[in-house]
Design a protein around this ligand. Structure first.
Ligand SMILES: [Zn+2]
Length: 193
């Protein structure tokens, strides 16, 4: 039996969509590397619009690479081949986004409220399988959610599975090295029709 990872790797999207910038909502760093499946583009649009509505003074969400038009290997990435991956900026300070490009930051630089709102909105999209983020940022978010939102450890463990937990879980935030500058979003394959 194939794992969902193997199945997702076999399926390329039937349709490719370019993620367009939206004033005050969403900033695209490289339009020629901002192509993805419809579900990925919709997830990014929905999440950015929700954050802009909740935090009207915050910067637009900076979106880095999705895929090249039609997919294939993308310089600087191990994934991003098939329109199912995107890199998204973290909120820094008070509603700031790295408009000049992603920068590695420590968790003390994060705007945890806005960053959590963005993460939650991404996880709410039914196509989103997982987000990748540095463990130090995950630890800061967990602490903030526990203290500021009263979130219990069972809920936190379900959203942020411990390193080494099975990969079948969906709509979760996982640790990955080299992810202190951005959030990596991965969506699942569309159903075969
Ligand atoms: Zn990525």
């Amino acid at each position: 039996m194939l794992s969902w990872i193997a199945m997702a790797a076999m399926a390329a999207p039937a349709e490719w969509v370019a993620l367009a910038p939206e004033a005050g909502v969403l900033h695209v760093l490289s339009p020629d590397r901002a192509w993805g499946s419809p579900g990925l583009v919709q997830a990014l649009q929905n999440a950015s619009r929700l954050v802009a509505a909740r935090f009207p003074d915050a910067d637009p969400v900076v979106v880095g690479d999705l895929s090249s038009p039609g997919g294939g290997p993308l310089e600087g990435h191990k994934t991003h081949h098939e329109g199912r991956d995107a890199d998204v900026g973290l909120f820094l300070g008070a509603g700031g986004q790295p408009e000049g490009g992603f920068v590695e930051v420590g968790p003390d630089r994060l705007d945890l409220d806005a960053t959590w709102t963005l993460i939650q909105a991404l996880l709410d999209h039914p196509d989103v399988r997982y987000l990748l983020l540095d463990q130090a940022h995950i630890d800061a978010l967990r602490h903030w959610l526990s203290v500021e939102r009263g979130m219990g450890s069972a809920t936190l463990d379900a959203i942020f599975p411990a390193p080494g937990a099975p990969w079948g879980l969906t709509a979760v935030v996982r640790h990955a090295p080299d992810h202190s500058s951005h959030i990596h979003v991965h969506i699942g394959a569309e159903p075969e029709s």
